[in-house]
Design a protein. Structure first.
Length: 136
């Protein structure tokens, strides 16, 4: 099981990738959304690894079910679930009406990064008890 610190490093590396891709504009929209989701996944796993006993969810279904049913993770689930769904649209081009409003340049910057990823990160820092993840 990877350590919380390993997940923190992965999340920070994903943020650097997001910043790089955003500089390229909307042409990279699906990749920005995908990397934002994977940053969120590592943020969540970092939080779970700090639980007592440490937890690790190695598949989406079990992670999603755990976050959805554990009350203390309610705010994380609210934002993680959106990132998960929109990344599915971005990765697999599924016909989801919600995807259209998120895959525009403004949707990515304002909704995906500026709201959902930011709120998830703030919630994670609160659960961890320190500002492990920088929030812009």
């Amino acid at each position: 099981m990877p350590s919380s610190e390993a997940h923190v490093r992965a999340a920070l590396n994903n943020q650097a990738t997001i910043d790089y891709l955003l500089a390229g504009g909307v042409v990279h929209a699906p990749w920005v959304v995908t990397v934002a989701f994977y940053k969120a996944l590592h943020v969540v796993e970092a939080v779970l690894a700090r639980q007592r006993p440490p937890l690790h969810k190695n598949e989406h279904l079990s992670r999603n079910l755990y976050l959805k049913t554990e009350n203390r993770f309610r705010n994380i689930w609210t934002h993680y679930s959106v990132l998960f769904q929109v990344s599915q649209v971005a990765r697999y081009l599924s016909d989801d009406a919600a995807g259209g409003k998120y895959l525009t340049e403004d949707g990515i910057k304002d909704r995906i990064i500026g709201h959902h990823l930011r709120q998830l990160t703030l919630s994670a820092n609160k659960l961890i008890g320190e500002d492990v993840f920088p929030v812009e």
